[in-house]
Design a protein. Sequence first.
Length: 632
Amino acid sequence: MSHLDTVWTGRCRWVAAAGIWLAAASALLGQTAPAPDWRPVGNTLRLLGLPSPAGGPVERLWFSAEGRLHLRLSDGRQFATSDWETWAPSSSEAPPAVAAAPAGRIEEGSPLRRMATASGWVYAAGQHLYRSADDGRTWENLTEWQGESLLGGRILDLAPDPGAADRVAVAAETGIWLTHDAGRTWIGLNEGLPNLPVRALLDLPEDGRRLRVAVAAGDGTDVVEWLPGQKAGWVRVSEADPRHMLRERVGAELGRMMTAAAGTGESIYAGGSDGQIFSTRDGGAEWRVFAIGEARVERFWVDEADARVALAALRPSGEGRGRVLRTLNGGVWWDDLTADLAAGAVFGLTADRETGAIYAATDRGLFWTVNDLRAPAPATAWTPVAGLPGPAAVRDAALDRAGVRLFVAVEGFGVRVAAAPHRMLRPAAVHTADFGMRPAAPGALMSVFGTGANEAAAGGRPAAVLSSEPGETQLQIPFDVSGDSLRLALTGAPGPLDFDLPLRETAPAVLTDRDGTPLLLDAESGMPVDAANPGRPGMVVQILATGLGRVNPDWPVGLPAPLEAPPAVRAPVRVLLDGLDLPVLRATLAPGYIGYYLVEVRLPEFLDTGISALVVDAGGNVSLPAGVHLDQ
């Protein structure tokens, strides 16, 4: 057999195997699966240094005859409040909007909305809110402070309360605001209002990073992040949106406006609103172009392991169906995977090349399918993913590095996360501490996404199944396993399942919750060390971790550690704060817990204010950094 025949035969086997795989995936997609357990990450508020937390733009605002305040968001949803605290859905019909006219001498060149009230006051709104007692001959600015707006953005609508002369509500780019005293004080009414204009997921809470998203701000976007332990709202960061920077760079090189760009290494994909996709494999020295017709390119997904593989999300130029395109050869050719995807815009895409799972964020919700991301294959049917709030557009989707958690950005409602549905096709074993794919270690807590299990064994020894659900199993590795590799065997409803994992004496990880907040405690009070209770000089901090290996004396798997004299970690343990060694007071199993370790350290007498990186080193293996809030 010639070399060419060998290659062709191998290709045929691959295509046949892919066909069997896609058939199995299609059968699973056709089943009625339970909705994922979506959990919110963060809230819908932004901390912009304003009188109260901010929200997103509010389109219309009005008072009804009974004194209730009503609003309409940009997506058409309406809400009302009568106590200035809680919002409920509303179907009240909005009065005609006040037309905007040039502001003239009040705000030169700005459009301005002017409204007279029965009390004799006249209000005008543009960049600021103004009030006049003499029909506009003189004006008082109600929102300016030291040259800036107290409300942080342009006013889009206003509504004086007919029942209270000094009460005015305004709809701004930063949400909804109310004054009871003619502008001397302002309060935001954004809490409880699902109105965060999230546009894209930029960084996920993994590998020591924090969750960052892009939100609409005026004609562009702001980058905001959810800090570990921060409960009040998203915090603006100084960095520019990296997507915008790449679009600007590519647009300048090609001399045209780009609406989307993404890449890895020297490979870049870019597209605009004219139905063309540009791609380069050499950092821009040579570009190729592929015409796709009338559509706007919204987003790209690029395989980090093989940049020749990419997906493109398209929005129709008018009424019609958005599209999902795939390339396997670096943009030389794109094929259409849209199939029966619901009509409308496709805003974002993410995929798992191992399984071929593809998720599409659209203005009709979230959908997924399974296709081939290694070789050409026909388009497959899409299935909606249930359980998200709304109805609302899904603006973006992203899988974590292990491909076990699916994050989505929902218009108005912020960020949600759940176990990725495609793991039912091919389960994956990760560390429970932070869902990272690192080696197993004696005594470590592991989670298997995609299957439930009744029993488990590790290296031929019984492992402890701590919890089991249809799509996720949590277990503890026995303390007496050894060697360089570990066979993890599970027995459950779908049948036996094996994983071959690398094994190390230690594989430390600081325990975090699902939004990346590390589990650190003030030893004296037992309170979490977070933004509300930062670490202070001399404080003793308890770190909850896993993967620190064997203990002395030996301890049975699956048994809570004793409350008195818990077994001590055998490996030498160091804790570093921004590279500085901290005194380790003890390193033991966490009393009363299964699989948790407790490392106690004392903070130095001199601290920088802010968030510092803390890592745990056990036997020379180092955890990913965890962010800890500090104050002087």
